[in-house]
Design a protein around this ligand. Structure first.
Ligand code: GLU
Length: 291
């Protein structure tokens, strides 16, 4: 059974960009006769807000995007992230890192294209230390020791991708010093445990996917099919402003929003031919195909 998912971070309302991603993932899963899940990515408890979560779910329903099963929240899945870390620890693939951002900056670390500091491995243990294992410490960040950092995959929309994670980012933080598990760990563990086979999401995450593939490899998980949808930009070419666009989405009728979102996916519809969102979605199912 194929399974897709929409995994919003509840740090703001649903906007046109996220509606396009949700719609593409929904249509792709349904077209494959598969299930479509919604997972709330509130693993970063500092950014996530409950009020946004319910608003996002309400907006999905208003647009006829009904999910299968119950909504899962990352904040309630800590035990699974701990288990995955324990598995990596047994393999000696974790180490504590005491470097703060400030510290990395003052030591001259460069930023990558996403504005993240590339970690050169200051706290990386020597091979001899690793042989004995080095448990993650409580007040340090926990990093994934990347042995083979090259990855290759074919994105259904963006085509062949390859790279080296140590050059792009360095060893990944899987648990921050404040105890928060990171998106990279949570998304990999959840997609696996939820049996997700098709990941359709915004292209802002395309540069991070190689990291997910390395983590899947280390944990013995299969890699799902990936498709990254081009981002919705402002007319000026700027990244969409979450607040303006979200307000607009909530104020406009679902039929109009779906028409616009489908146009972004290359499906033209005449809004006058439809009176309900589910009619639009049924029609769109016959028109939209990633593969
Ligand atoms: N939580 C991410 C977001 O809201 C999406 C992550 C994903 O789909 O893997 O942008």
């Amino acid at each position: 059974m194929e399974r897709g998912r929409f995994a919003p971070t509840p740090s703001g309302l649903l906007h046109m960009g996220s509606l396009v991603a949700a719609l593409a993932s929904f249509l792709d899963a349904r077209r494959h006769g598969g299930e479509w899940l919604v997972r709330i990515e509130d693993v970063d408890t500092i950014r996530a807000r409950r009020v946004y979560e319910s608003e996002i779910l309400r907006e999905l329903e208003r647009h006829g995007l009904f999910w299968d099963g119950s909504v899962v929240r990352q904040s309630e899945r800590t035990e699974f992230y701990i288990q995955a870390l324990a598995q990596l620890e047994v393999e000696h693939l974790l180490y504590p890192c005491f470097c703060s951002r400030q510290n990395l900056k003052s030591r001259g670390c460069k930023e990558n294209a996403q504005g993240e500091l590339i970690y050169p491995g200051f706290c990386r243990p020597e091979a001899s230390v690793l042989a004995f294992g080095r448990p993650a410490s409580n007040n340090a960040a926990c990093r994934f020791l990347i042995r083979n950092d090259d990855y290759e995959f074919v994105d259904l929309l963006a085509g062949a991708q390859s790279g080296h994670v140590l050059q792009e980012a360095g060893d990944l933080v899987l648990r921050r010093a404040d105890g928060c598990f990171t998106y990279h760990l949570a998304v990999v563990v959840d997609d696996f445990l939820q049996g997700v086979t098709r990941v359709v999401r915004g292209s802002d995450i395309l540069p991070l996917t190689g990291r997910h593939i390395l983590l899947q490899r280390a944990l013995g998980y299969p890699t799902p099919v990936y498709a990254h949808i081009p981002l919705v930009l402002e007319k000026s070419g700027e990244k969409l402003s979450k607040s303006t666009s979200a307000r607009a989405l909530a104020e406009t009728s679902p039929l109009e929003n779906l028409t616009q979102a489908l146009a972004r996916l290359g499906v033209k519809i005449n809004i006058r031919d439809f009176s309900r969102p589910d009619e639009v979605l049924t029609y769109a199912l016959g028109q939209y195909a990633l593969t």
